[in-house]
Ligand binder design. Structure first.
Ligand code: NAD
Length: 262
C-alpha cells in the first residue's frame, strides 16, 4: 500500500525537472498521475517511464496560462477518473536580468505562467476536489518567494505571489470546511533544466560563464554545501499530498539545504 494509493494527482510541468520528479514519486506511492506539459514528447516519455516501473499515469498536453485549456483538462480528468485528490501547480519559468532591462513582455510571461497558471489551476480543480470530499493543492514557489535575489526581481515577484495566494486559498478552504488543504513548497538550488534559461538571461549571474555552476554556487551559498535534486522536492510534495499531512494547511515547506536560515 503506497502513501497516496487510490488518489488521483495532476502535476503541471510534469515533463521535466521537479514536476517529473513529483509525478514519478507520487506514482511510485500508488497515485494515478495525470502529467501535463507543453512539451509533448518529453511528457509522453515520463508517462512511459512510470508505466514501465509499474505505476499508473496518463499524459495531457496543457498550457497552464489558458483558462479554456484548464476547463478542458479538469473535465477530462473528471470523465476519466471521476475525482481529483492532488494538484501540484509546478509549471514555471525564470527569466533573469537587471530590472532596467526587463521587458514588459518577459515580466508578463512569468506572471502568466508562474502566477496566473497557479490561480487558474486552483480555481478549476477546486470544484472537482470538493465533490470528492477534499484534496491537497501544492504550489511550487521558490526560495525566491521568501527572499530577494539580484537579477531575479520579476521571478521573485511571481514566487512571492504564489506564497501568499496559497495561504489565502488555504484559509478560504479551511473556513468552508471543504477538506481541501493548500500549501506552498520553496525549493532552493535544484539541478533541473530551468537553470539553462536563468543562466542565459542572467549571463550566468555575471560570471561570464554560459551556465551557472550549480555545484560551485551551492558549495558557497548553501549551508549543507551541495545542490538538491528533483527527488528532494518530490519527497516534500509527497508528504503534503498524503494524508500524513492532514493537519497541515497554509504552510510553506522550504527545501533548500538550509539557505533560508542564514
Ligand atoms: P524545468 O524547466 O525543468 O521544468 C518546468 C516545466 O514547466 C517544463 O517541463 C516546461 O515545459 C513546463 N512549462 C513551462 N511553461 C509552461 C506552460 N505555459 N504550461 C505548461 N507547462 C509549462 O524547471 P524546474 O526547475 O523543474 O521548475 C519547476 C518549478 O520549480 C518551477 O515553478 C520553478 O520556478 C520552481 N523552482 C525551481 C527551482 C530550481 O532550482 N530548479 C528552485 C525554486 C523553484
Amino acid at each position: 500500500m503506497g502513501r497516496v494509493s487510490g488518489k488521483v494527482a495532476l502535476v503541471t510541468g510534469g515533463a521535466s525537472g521537479i514536476g517529473r520528479g513529483c509525478a514519478e514519486v507520487l506514482a511510485a506511492e500508488g497515485a494515478i498521475v495525470v502529467v501535463t506539459d507543453v512539451q509533448v514528447p518529453m511528457g509522453l516519455e515520463v508517462v512511459d517511464g512510470i508505466k514501465a516501473a509499474g505505476g499508473q499515469a496518463v499524459f495531457r498536453e496543457q498550457n497552464v496560462t489558458s483558462e479554456d485549456v484548464w476547463r478542458d483538462t479538469i473535465a477530462a480528468v473528471d470523465e476519466q477518473f471521476g475525482r481529483l485528490d492532488i494538484l501540484v501547480n509546478n509549471a514555471g519559468i525564470g527569466i533573469g536580468g537587471p530590472i532596467t532591462e526587463m521587458t514588459l513582455e518577459d515580466w508578463r510571461k512569468q506572471q502568466a505562467i508562474n502566477v496566473e497558471g497557479v490561480f487558474l489551476g486552483t480555481k478549476h480543480a477546486l470544484p472537482l476536489m470538493r465533490r470528492g470530499g477534499g484534496g491537497s493543492i501544492i504550489n511550487i514557489s521558490s526560495l525566491a518567494g521568501l527572499n530577494g535575489a539580484p537579477n531575479l526581481a520579476a521571478y521573485c515577484a511571481t514566487k512571492g505571489a504564489v506564497r501568499l495566494f496559497s495561504k489565502a486559498v488555504a484559509l478560504e478552504c479551511a473556513g468552508l470546511r471543504d477538506g481541501v488543504r493548500v500549501n506552498s513548497v520553496h525549493p532552493g538550488i535544484i539541478e533541473t533544466p530551468i537553470w539553462d534559461g536563468i543562466s542565459a538571461t542572467t549571463a550566468a549571474m555575471g560570471t561570464g560563464a554560459n551556465r551557472i555552476d550549480l555545484d560551485a554556487v551551492s558549495a558557497m551559498a548553501t549551508p549543507l554545501g551541495v545542490k538538491g535534486f528533483p527527488a528532494d522536492i518530490a519527497n516534500g510534495v509527497l508528504y503534503l499530498a498524503s494524508d500524513e499531512s492532514r493537519y497541515v494547511t497554509g504552510t510553506e515547506l522550504v527545501i533548500d539545504g538550509g539557505m533560508h536560515a542564514r
